[in-house]
Structure formats: C-alpha cells, structure tokens
Design a protein around this ligand. Structure first.
Ligand code: ATP
Ligand code: MG
Length: 195
C-alpha cells in the first residue's frame, strides 16, 4: 500500500486489514512516498516522522510491515519502480497494490500504468465521495486483460483523510479516534502540523 501517510490514520489501517484478511494476504507493506508524483507542490512532513508514525500504528499487527524503500531513494516515488524492485526481491510472491478509489481514479496518469497492472493486482477500496462507476469508466482506457487486474472492493467506509487531520491539528481540534493513540501522542510530542 503506497501513499504519503502524512499522517497514517484509521482509514488506511482499516482498508489494509480488511483487504489483507479478505484476499488472504501474508503481509501488507506500507510504503510511504518520498515525494508523491501526484502531490509535487505539497510539502509533506519529514519522511522520518511519517515512517515512525507508520511503525507506531502497525506495530501491533504481525500482518503489517513498513518499508522505507521510497524514502531512501531520491526524487518522486513512482509506484512502478517500487513494484519492479519488490518483484525482483520476492520473485515468487503475488503482488497486490491496495489503493483508495480516489487514488485509483488517476491511475491512467501514473508512470507506466500498463506495466504496473501487469505486475500487480490492484484492489481499489471504497472511499466516501468516490463512485465505483467512475472508476470502471476510467478503467475502460486499458485493454480488457489489464482492466481485470483492478478490482473494486467494498469496505466499511471511514471518512477520515490525512489532510483533514492536519487541518484539525492546525485548528486545535481533536483527532482522537481518527488515528491510533500512539500516533496522536507522537504528533503532539513532535509538534507536527501546527503550521
Ligand atoms: P491526503 O488527504 O493528504 O491526500 P489521504 O488520507 O488521502 O491523505 P494518502 O496518503 O493520500 O492519505 O493515501 C494513501 C492511500 O490510502 C491512497 O490510496 C488513498 O486512496 C487511501 N486512503 C486514504 N484514506 C482512506 C480512507 N479513509 N479510506 C480508504 N482508503 C483511504
Ligand atoms: Mg490522498
């Protein structure tokens, strides 16, 4: 599962767990992006903080792991590069890419989307405000055999986003129960998202 995770929240965690259990995945690896190609103008919190928050949030789940792979490379993080490398490292593994329906809608504009679909099965989970129908329309851009590599999966929707959490912290509003307690404590301790 890729993303900025600025910060990780219960929407990410619930999506990952429900997909992991439904598809019988051995492991979900959270891979925070150094710079998301889709968010070039945004300045995310330091990768180090985002990584630590991911560790705190995933520690209690043996089915979750965190990878610093994209943070250790320079420049924008292209999912296709990451998946290529993961495939080389684990040639026997079947790779799934978990994404929210919102992110999946922009798939045609990602780097090498066809190669990406051929390497990994995409599981696009529901997210409030994003219809499955428009996603199916977007997928029409791909040849039939690749179209089938993306599957829409219904999950109990969590209407939380990292941008809302950042906004709430900035405005002095509570983020309790939106992120794990350990992540909340870390945000307070490191004075993240105040400006
Ligand atoms: P931002 O508001 O800064 O864009 P975000 O909450 O969307 O943050 P990202 O790091 O952009 O978090 O998302 C990483 C991945 O997790 C994306 O594929 C996104 O669609 C998915 N995702 C994020 N929040 C949810 C949620 N509440 N439910 C389901 N999927 C989610
Ligand atoms: Mg997002």
């Amino acid at each position: 599962m890729g993303g900025t995770f600025d910060p990780v929240h219960h929407g990410h965690l619930l999506a990952a767990e429900v997909v992991r259990c439904h598809y019988g995945l051995e492991l979900v690896v959270f891979v925070p992006a150094a710079i998301s190609p889709a968010k070039r103008d945004a300045r995310p919190a330091d990768g180090f903080h985002r990584l630590i928050m991911l560790y705190l949030a995933t520690l209690s789940n043996p089915g979750f792991e965190v990878s610093a792979y994209e943070l250790e490379r320079e420049g924008p993080s292209y999912t296709v590069d990451t998946i290529r490398t993961f495939r080389e490292q684990e040639p026997e593994a079947q790779i799934y890419f978990i994404t929210g329906a919102d992110a999946a809608l922009s798939l045609p504009s990602w780097q090498s989307p066809e190669e990406l679909l051929s390497m990994a099965r995409f599981i696009a989970v529901s997210r409030p405000g994003f219809s499955h129908q428009s996603l199916e329309q977007v997928m029409q851009a791909f040849p039939g055999n690749l179209r089938d590599r993306l599957e829409v999966f219904d999950i109990p929707v969590v209407g939380v986003s990292s941008s809302e959490i950042r906004r709430r912290v900035r405005n002095g509003n509570t983020i309790k129960y939106m992120v794990p307690e350990s992540v909340e404590n870390y945000i307070v301790r490191e004075k993240l998202y105040l400006t």
